[in-house]
Design a protein around this ligand. Sequence first.
Ligand SMILES: Cc1cc2nc3c(=O)[nH]c(=O)nc-3n(C[C@H](O)[C@H](O)[C@H](O)COP(=O)(O)OP(=O)(O)OC[C@H]3O[C@@H](n4cnc5c(N)ncnc54)[C@H](O)[C@@H]3O)c2cc1C
Length: 424
Amino acid sequence: MAASLLGRRGQSVLVVEKGNFGGTCVNFGCVPSIFLHDLTLLLSRGKEQDRHFGIVRDQKTANYVERVMELRGRLSEAGEELVRSSGADIMKGEATIQNDFVVIGGVRVGYERLILASGSTPDLSLKKEEAVYNEDQLAELDSVPETMIVVGGGYAGVEISQFYAKLGSRVTLLTEGEVVGNLGSRLSHLVREALSWDGVEVKEHVHVSAVKAKEVLTNLGSFKAQIVLLAAGRKPNLPSGINVLGVQLSPKGVIVDNHMRTSNPRVWAAGDIISKDFHRNAHSAMAEAIVASSNIVGRDLAVSYDAIPDLIYTDPEIGVVGDSKTVETWAEFPFRANTRAIISGFTEGYVKIGFDSFGRVVYGEAVGQWIEEFLNLLSILVKFRVKKEDLSNLTLLHPSLGESIISAVRSLSNEDVERPLRRI
Ligand SMILES: Cc1cc2nc3c(=O)[nH]c(=O)nc-3n(C[C@H](O)[C@H](O)[C@H](O)COP(=O)(O)OP(=O)(O)OC[C@H]3O[C@@H](n4cnc5c(N)ncnc54)[C@H](O)[C@@H]3O)c2cc1C
């Protein structure tokens, strides 16, 4: 992203990439996991939907590994082409840092300014044997194991556990705290219920002491399975020699301000490599790359994290945006009372909107299926602090899921015309 933007602005840019273009998102993260999300949703909801629409057909199967590989190859090529067409140069290989040079396969390249965007890798400090899988190897599991242990109850751990449970594995999820604990106990409970519904055995507050190929040792004893997969956090991918740059580091990564400046005036950083607690996702990495590549050529942009959405691709999907701490008034509407949801049969879930003391939207939350675009809509409301009265005067498509936002707001003043449907 940063390279193609700078290339298009006529800057002389070199991108160094040791793997495939597209990084974690395309090759190991978003693409394989959302593919599995959609696939398992279709498989598990297939029967329900078939009944809903009156369709009769044979059992479905899917050759998903081949399809994931094909997809990520296509998207990675598209990413590389985007960089090339911007006029930026590309060198394939691992970049290390030596004094004022970046070294790639023995070739020293000087630079005026540097953007560090080498991402993160799974934290494997618990791993004792090579055959243990990690969250970046999702696309390498070419068959569905009979039994599986997933270590880590963050976003990746809960998504992977549910995918494989839906595909037929007996999955045990072991996690130190509560599943997706950073989202608070209400949403954590919701995720726990959804996983249990699909047959995942969820063990929380477990202390894992060692992870072997087919066994995990914990304070609750030993757990055995055909495959063990680690999703227990990530660490920054710091290029070798980074210390010569003198940039400030924390255990979580490179320390930057909101302008993506490091403590070295010639060095910027963006994405998973930076030290941050939240928003380790592809869209934040892109926002940070845009800011870094603009500021490096003299602009003064800052990343504002207040309206960046987060979505967990579980079934149901769970999305949040904004800060609930300043909420004074809540508006909520269940999808089972929304006409579009009733027509499609996907009635599980709700939308929740939080207003501050000035009646402005500061928080949005949605639970349900296919809620990505819905959450994008909520992000716009949060970003522009849209006022309650403006929202209740808004007309949106009918029937559509987005209408639930207006229904939620109108229900605050008893103007909710869809109210009778709540009984459905
Ligand atoms: C299982 C999983 C699911 C995910 N799902 C989602 C999702 O649905 N939505 C979402 O927004 N985010 C998701 N993420 C997170 C998302 O993938 C990352 O936040 C995002 O990729 C970070 O982008 P980045 O550019 O900082 O790093 P990366 O995408 O990791 O890119 C860094 C690149 O730098 C290269 N590199 C590293 N070191 C060097 C070096 N020394 N020399 C040369 N090249 C180097 C790497 O090969 C890599 O290509 C998921 C992550 C995982 C693991």
